[in-house]
Write a protein that binds this ligand. Structure first.
Ligand SMILES: Nc1nc2c([nH]c(=O)n2[C@H]2C[C@H](O)[C@@H](COP(=O)(O)OP(=O)(O)OP(=O)(O)O)O2)c(=O)[nH]1
Ligand SMILES: [Mg+2]
Length: 127
């Protein structure tokens, strides 16, 4: 099975992170996620991250830093999550694709509400 390369943004403001609800009809639908999406052919992860965060939540990334890379096999899909923290951006995030979005305190993140691959990300963020 081909591995899908995904750029994932942990958008931070003070001690909060912006999360979105995945549409029910999508892979891992109904779970909360960090906004992001597939890295297109010929695109760098940084470019994909900026494009996806603009499309999905309407922010312009000014600075991002690599946090971690996670390889996960869901059985029906294999993903390589390239996770970056975004602490400088312009605009106020909102769900531009009809998805629910909200700021949550890092200390209030619940791993079970996210896809299984996210457990390691959340562990790292709440430490
Ligand atoms: N964006 C995002 N995707 C995640 C997270 N955790 C996780 O396992 N994934 C998986 C779910 C999907 O299989 C894949 C991302 O796909 P996606 O549906 O966001 O891709 P996309 O934005 O390009 O959208 P599309 O092509 O399906 O329209 O990565 C996460 O925190 N954020
Ligand atoms: Mg997406």
């Amino acid at each position: 099975m081909k591995e899908i390369h995904v750029a994932v943004g942990v958008v931070l403001k003070q001690e909060q992170v912006y999360i979105c609800k995945r549409p029910d009809d999508k892979h891992q639908g109904g779970k909360w996620e960090f906004p992001g999406g597939k890295v297109d052919k010929g695109e760098t992860v940084t470019q994909a991250l900026a494009r996806e965060l603009k499309e999905e939540i309407g922010i312009l990334v000014a600075a991002s830093l690599p946090l971690m890379v996670i390889s996960h096999d869901y059985g029906d899909k294999r993903v390589l999550l390239d996770v970056h923290t975004v602490s400088e951006f312009t605009g106020e995030p909102e769900g531009l694709e009809g998805q629910e979005g909200k700021w949550v305190k890092l200390s209030a993140l619940v791993a079970e509400d996210f896809p299984a691959a996210n457990v390691a990300i959340i562990e790292k963020l709440i430490k």
